[in-house]
Design a protein. Structure first.
Length: 95
């Protein structure tokens, strides 16, 4: 996953690398990525990558709680955890 972090208000474009993203279908509207449980529709899918924009941070957990796991759904319903160690970190804007 790159990048592995973005701002808490969401909107970071993230590229997920792997295999089989289009094995269920090639329709991005059925493919979802959930960051800490908040799901977004994938913008594009290919056999080895998917592109998604992050949702806003759902809150809670203080500074340490801003690191969330990633789950994927190829059918828009059933989610599975991404590979071990795939985490996304939300950051505050600095002034």
């Amino acid at each position: 996953m790159r990048p592995s972090g973005g701002f808490i208000d969401g909107g970071t474009t993230v590229t997920l690398g792997g295999t089989g993203f289009d094995s269920f279908n090639s329709m991005p509207n059925n493919t979802l990525a959930a960051f800490g449980g908040a799901a977004e529709r994938v913008l594009s899918v290919a056999p080895t990558e998917a592109v998604v924009q992050t949702p806003p941070f759902a809150g809670g957990g203080g500074e340490a709680g801003r690191t969330v796991g990633l789950q994927l759904s190829l059918n828009g319903v059933d989610f599975e955890d991404a590979a071990d160690g795939v985490l996304f970190r939300y950051y505050e804007h600095t002034t």
